[in-house]
Each structure stands twice: as C-alpha cells, then as structure tokens.
Design a protein around this ligand. Sequence first.
Ligand code: ZN
Length: 245
Amino acid sequence: MEAFVLRGEGVGEADISVTLLTREGRRVEGFARSARQPSSRLRAGILPFTVSDLTLVLGRRQWIVRSAVPLLSFSGLRSSLYGLSGASAVAAVLAEGLPDAPESGLYAATTRLFRDLHVAISAREGGSLIARRVAAALLRALALTGLAPPFDQCVRCTSADRLAAVSPSAGGVLCGSCASDLTDSRSFSSRALADLGARRIPVSNGEVRELALFLGRFASWHLPAASAKVSLAASMCGGDDFRVR
Ligand SMILES: [Zn+2]
C-alpha cells in the first residue's frame, strides 16, 4: 500500500517504530524490525517525509513492516536543520493530532504540505523566508488536525472586535478585555491579527517571530507530545536573537 512516512523513532538498538499516513487518509503505527541495522532493506522506505510502497502484516500487537520501497522522497527537508526541524514539527503535529478515523483528502493535503515545504527549503531561501514557510506549514498542519487556533474572533467571548492579543493557554486570539486577566497573553498588532484571521502569514519578521513563539507555546498546551519539536522549530524560526522562553 502507498503511504507517507510521518515519523520514525528508534526502539532499542535495532528497531524503528513508524507513523504512516495511508493513501486512504488513515494514520497507522507500524513496527520495522531490525531497521536500524545498516544492512536493513527497510531503511530507505521508512525514512520520514518519504512516500513509500509498504507491505504491512498484522502481528500479535501491532502492524509489522515487511517491505518498504521508497517512491518519492522529499529529501530537501533533510538538507538543512531548518528543514529538518520544521518538517519534524509539522509531522509531530499531524502524528499526534490527526483523528483515528480515515479522512478523504487528508493524504493529498499532507503530501502537498510537505512537498511545498521541501520546495521552499530546497530553494535555499533566506532564514526569514524559511521562518514564514515553517510557520505557514505549522498552521496548515494544525488546520488538518482540526486544532488550528482561531484568529478571527476572541476564543473566550467570540467578539470579533478589538482583537488585541494571543494566548497559548486560551488557544487563540483574545479581545482587549479578555486578554487583560490572562497572564500568558501577549499583545499582537491589529494588522498581524487581520492577516492571521484571513489565513495569511504576517508581513514583518517580528510578527512572524511572535507567531512562532505563540505556536510553540500553543503546542505545549494543546498537543503535548508534539510540543518539543514544535518549540524547537519555533525557536529556529526566530533566529539567533530569539528563544522560546
Ligand atoms: Zn473576548
């Protein structure tokens, strides 16, 4: 069957546990025995960000990967730390956030997302452009999971007026009065919030940094298993003078 490899985690010395998204839009966990051995024939086909033709058989407790032939590899995503951390964060969001029930259209949307990021990273654009691409990819991944933070109305009172801040714990944008009693709210320019509400990435680098910071903290509240990877990508989005605190 054809599937996209979202992630692979080493298990012990020899094995790799993989998370796949099948063409039918179903997330599947598989176990690739001895795939960490240099001689393993499974290795190339279970690399993250690869479209592969896989054979899975149902073992006693889980799906076992019997064969994995790479069909298409978005290798550009592994060509730089930016690409790797951004793609790993996107994959972690999808691996944790995607629903268990299969969903049509999900596979095409997911492979398109990674292909776009691969093309952008491979073009060796400057750091600030890459940061925009990674932030956009994270928002697209969150939208696919149905967990995207709403930016067009206050997440507490649903008012669309006087939007002024974002709060990771509240999970999105807040109006001025709701923001005042949340300690983790950070003010955001109305222009940046208008961009986000219209599903655009804000223009200025400072706003992209703020967005990345928000997404890193948002993940720690709402997608804890993906949090470390999203925080790392978010801190790289901000460049050297920017750290997720
Ligand atoms: Zn409000």
